[in-house]
Design a protein around this ligand. Structure first.
Ligand SMILES: C[S@@+](CC[C@H](N)C(=O)[O-])C[C@H]1O[C@@H](n2cnc3c(N)ncnc32)[C@H](O)[C@@H]1O
Length: 307
């Protein structure tokens, strides 16, 4: 058994550990601290420390860890125990089957956000084959670029833009485009919501405006996990007064740039359905709510009314 404090003696103790023992010990430390998804975290951190995949961990469980690898692993476990999310330690998060680089400059992509991508892909398919009409899409508040790049993968004929107010986030998104072989498929713009497009050249242009905006209000701050509060960028998750402020600005801007009959698709907070629908107001039709896998209303889709 390793000493409880990884800073003390982890080098000598780790020298004698097998892969399986290290995994068990890492897991035990995470569980003792009630770290969420401890088992997954223990695996991902060991994979990261060894630069190996999951198959290796289970196929070579009896292999001895080198002292350096043991020290690296228990150092990563200590970082996780400090509250730092596993994804910021490994620098990776999967979204829509794609591997995204994540840094503390961007929100860690969440599985529920995949419902936004699904909603767009379904509607794009329903409105006819990609064909000659080149779909124009803009993702507002792109962060890691996860939504825009997933759509670039799914809709090869689409012309896709992505905005963010954070230049650091746009840097991460651009690197993800390159890593995923999608450089040039998404054009990134540093701007406040859709400001860059609010001019006559983009009026009635887009087929989809998509956004997972910051939506945590002051009253929900207490429910935000420590990992989010202390490590994810506040600009990304909110810390707003009510939480739904962004929609009140986004919907009118989206109306200006969408062509009639085109769609706005937004992610919403768990208790926001009625407030967000009320903010849509006149000028929209066919409002639709999609629940996430937990049954929580998560995605609002609406169409810009035709004249
Ligand atoms: C909830 S995160 C979503 C990131 C990514 N789309 C995702 O789903 O993981 C919101 C993003 O919006 C950006 N943002 C916040 N306020 C903005 C604004 N006024 N204009 C443009 N982007 C903004 C943040 O920097 C952050 O990257």
């Amino acid at each position: 058994m390793l000493p409880a404090n990884p800073a003390q003696g982890s080098r000598s103790a780790a020298r004698t550990l097998t892969v399986r023992q290290a995994l068990r010990e890492g897991l035990a430390r995470l569980l003792a601290d009630h770290v969420p998804s401890a088992s997954l975290a223990a695996e991902l951190l060991l994979m990261h420390a060894l630069e190996r995949d999951r198959t290796y961990l289970y196929a070579h469980g009896d292999n001895k860890l080198s002292a350096a690898a043991g020290e690296r692993y228990f150092g990563l476990i200590a970082e996780r125990l400090s509250g730092k999310p596993t994804q910021y330690i490994t620098g990776h998060q999967e979204f829509w089957g794609l591997d995204f680089e994540v840094t503390p400059d961007v929100l860690i992509p969440r599985p529920e956000t995949e419902h936004l991508v699904e909603a767009v892909v379904e509607r794009a398919a329903a409105s006819g084959p990609a064909g000659p009409a080149r779909r124009q899409i803009v993702d507002v508040g792109t962060g890691s670029g996860c939504i825009a790049l997933a759509l670039a993968k799914e809709l090869p004929g689409a012309e896709i833009y992505a905005t963010d107010i954070s230049p650091a986030a746009l840097g991460v998104a651009a690197r993800n485009a390159t890593r995923l072989g999608l450089a040039g498929r998404v054009q990134f713009r540093e701007t406040d919501l859709l400001t860059y497009f609010l001019n006559p050249s983009y009026e009635d242009t887009f087929d989809f405006v998509i956004s997972n905006p910051p939506y945590v209000g002051r009253d929900e701050m207490g429910q935000v996990q420590r990992e989010v509060r202390e490590f994810e960028p506040r600009l990304a998750w909110g810390g707003l007064e009510r939480g739904d402020e962004v929609y009140a600005r986004l919907f009118p801007e989206a109306r200006r740039v969408l062509r009639p009959g085109a769609f706005v698709v937004v992610e919403i907070g768990y208790n926001m359905r009625d407030r967000v629908l009320a903010q849509l107001g006149a000028g929209w039709t066919d409002a639709d709510i999609r629940p996430d896998l937990a049954g929580i209303p998560r995605v609002v889709v609406a169409r810009k009314s035709r004249p």
